[in-house]
Design a binder for this molecule. Structure first.
Ligand code: GSH
Length: 215
């Protein structure tokens, strides 16, 4: 099989890159990574050279390119149906897709007010009420899925749906957002994953600064 190469941005900041990366790594799918650091002042010319959208993540499979975090996860789930990227049960799988698409298309208040910054010292800023509405919906999704599956992850074992929410776990932690004990248990399960630790360790070593994502 042709090798998979995942193009990603800075691990400290690139929340969309984190999603397919932790999905593949957490499900044991072999891939090579190419990290292209952001260069917003120059319009990210290096990313534009490889990615049709000028954005990361982007997956190259023997010259065939797939972009958009969720499309990448779905593509790899089809390549490796037994890797656990998607739940086996049809209804669970469609719920995983509904939740993942909510993440992909929504929660803009949380995303814009609390950009992912794994190096951010833990502390709670003043946040608009809209952020807490996003957090409430996310907590509902997590509790609903984990009650249905029995946990510890959304669909029992770690899957692509957890990967779609991974940057939210980091945001809730770094922005010290008040959440329930059940939410904290889910966050702890995510943070205990070897794949999480591997990404975070690399993120903390990075020295690039993206001023827009610092507060
Ligand atoms: N909807 C896309 C979002 C991709 C995205 O916005 N990527 C950001 C990094 S996290 C990016 O490449 N930004 C570079 C730019 O806008 O120049 C996905 O799910 O992959």
């Amino acid at each position: 099989m042709d090798k998979l190469t995942l193009y990603i941005g800075n691990k400290n900041y690139s929340s969309w890159s984190f999603r397919p990366w932790i999905a593949l790594e957490g499900c044991g799918v072999a891939f090579e990574e190419v990290l292209i650091p952001f260069d917003f002042s120059a319009g990210n010319p290096q990313i534009r050279e490889v990615s049709p959208t000028g954005k990361v993540p982007m997956l190259d499979h023997g010259g065939f390119k797939i972009w958009e975090s969720l499309a990448i996860i779905e593509y790899v789930a089809e390549l490796f149906p037994d890797a656990g990227l998607l739940p086996q049960d049809r209804q669970a799988r469609s719920l995983a897709r509904s939740y993942s698409m909510e993440m992909l298309s929504g929660f803009s208040a949380l995303r814009s007010n609390c950009p992912m910054n794994m190096r951010r010292p833990v502390g709670r800023p003043d946040l608009p009420g809209e952020v807490m509405k996003d957090v409430a919906r996310i907590e509902t999704i997590w509790h609903e899925a984990r009650s249905r599956s029995g946990g510890p992850f959304l669909f029992g074992a770690f899957s692509g749906a957890d990967a779609m929410f991974a940057p939210v776990v980091s945001r809730l932690e770094r922005y010290d957002i008040a959440v329930s004990a059940k939410t904290k248990a889910y966050m702890a399960a995510m943070k205990a994953l070897p794949a999480w630790k591997k990404w975070e360790e690399a993120a903390l070593k990075e020295t690039w600064i993206v001023p827009e994502d610092e507060d």
